[in-house]
Ligand binder design. Structure first.
Ligand SMILES: [Zn+2]
Length: 69
């Protein structure tokens, strides 16, 4: 049991395993940056969803692809 550090998937930096156990795959810094992006993305996705339901699905697929790269 020597694994007290986890590796951030964004910047390959080490972060506490306790954070990984909470379900995070990134260090605190990247996690906060992603959280901000996530909030903005949801705002963007929500706006057209009021008019066209299908719009939200297309948007999230495009985002998923760009994130996967
Ligand atoms: Zn990081």
């Amino acid at each position: 049991m020597r694994e007290f550090k986890a590796i951030c998937v964004e910047c390959w930096d080490e972060y506490p395993v306790a954070r990984k156990n909470l379900g995070y795959k990134t260090c605190l810094e990247c996690g906060e940056a992603n959280a901000r992006i996530e909030v903005q993305r949801r705002k963007k996705c929500m706006a057209p969803a009021y008019n066209k339901g299908a719009y939200q699905y297309v948007g999230s697929v495009a985002v998923a692809r760009s994130v996967g790269r």
